[in-house]
Write a protein that binds this ligand. Structure first.
Ligand SMILES: C[S@@+](CC[C@H](N)C(=O)[O-])C[C@H]1O[C@@H](n2cnc3c(N)ncnc32)[C@H](O)[C@@H]1O
Length: 269
């Protein structure tokens, strides 16, 4: 979210960045005062933002439990992976499937700086990080193919990242390019800021992010479902994160608060 370029060689700490603001929402330690200040502005608009971020994270964990468990996935491509937050996706996947191969992708150099924390996986599995932009799907597919076999099913995740793609970039075309590279039986896990909820703060948040130089695109249920073209949405379909298969949760905190995100998992036909 920087109008001013970062000093050569160092992160731009003076303006908020989505990955670090999200880290602040989650109670992490990898953010700067500018990120905390921006996060607090968003919380002032929506008091449930931190709850929603935690539930987005729990959704990732439950989806991964399903994918590495009953769905039998052994290859994961997590785009917009974020600053490491325990448990990360590979921990959840490799706890169930120690041979799982996981490629993380994020475009933020701060995530790369903390990638070493991500890369401790099982001996039988593989955990790798690629710094790349989701808007360059060809590059991501090329780099991921060094670790993943795209002739076999891959679990692609785009969790709380598609809403940062918009403007001149067609998010649906980006996701379609990624998903057309996947073999049948692959899965897509995605969450997205809801645009048809009656929450006035969403428009305010979009304005704040835009002012900070970040694209934030809320989408309707139908627009979000379109990301799953060619996939069969698993039960219960698109849901608020807390409502997606809560029975797979471990130690989650629920108070019935509405979370304005659409979350779902689909299986490629
Ligand atoms: C809200 S965080 C979500 C992190 C994680 N997926 C989760 O749900 O817990 C969004 C992440 O997407 C990354 N991101 C935003 N735009 C991106 C893009 N165009 N390409 C790759 N990563 C992007 C940010 O750097 C940030 O780490």
């Amino acid at each position: 979210m920087s109008a001013t370029p970062p000093a050569a060689g160092g992160p731009d700490t003076g303006t908020p960045h989505p990955a670090r603001v999200y880290d602040w929402f989650l109670g992490g330690t990898h953010h700067y005062p500018a990120d905390a200040e921006f996060g607090a502005q968003i919380v002032a608009l929506d008091a449930t933002a931190k709850y929603g971020a935690r539930h987005n994270r729990w959704f990732m964990q439950r989806a991964t439990r399903h994918l590495a468990g009953p769905a039998g996935m052994r290859q994961f491509l997590d785009i917009g992976s974020g600053i490491p937050t325990e448990p990360n996706l590979h921990r959840v996947a490799q706890a169930l499937a120690p041979d799982a191969r996981v490629v993380y992708v994020d475009n933020d150099p701060i995530v790369r700086a903390h990638a070493a924390e991500l890369l401790h996986g099982t001996e039988d599995g593989v955990t790798a990080f690629v710094q790349a932009d989701a808007r360059e799907p060809e590059l991501i597919l090329e780099r991921a193919a060094e670790v993943l076999d795209f002739t076999r099913p891959v679990a692609l995740s785009l969790i709380a990242v598609a809403h940062f793609i918009g403007g001149e970039h067609d998010a649906h075309a980006v996701v379609a390019r990624l998903t057309e590279a996947l073999a049948p039986g692959s899965h897509l896990t995605l969450s997205q800021l809801a645009g048809d909820e009656e929450t006035a703060w969403v428009g305010e948040a979009v304005d704040r992010y835009t002012t900070g130089g970040v694209t934030l695109v809320p989408r309707t249920r139908a627009e979000t479902e379109r990301f799953f073209d060619g996939f069969t949405l698993l039960d219960p379909g698109l849901a608020q994160p807390p409502d997606w298969r809560p029975e797979l949760g471990v130690g989650e905190v629920r108070d019935g608060t509405r979370v304005p995100l659409y979350a779902g998992v689909g299986r490629k036909r």
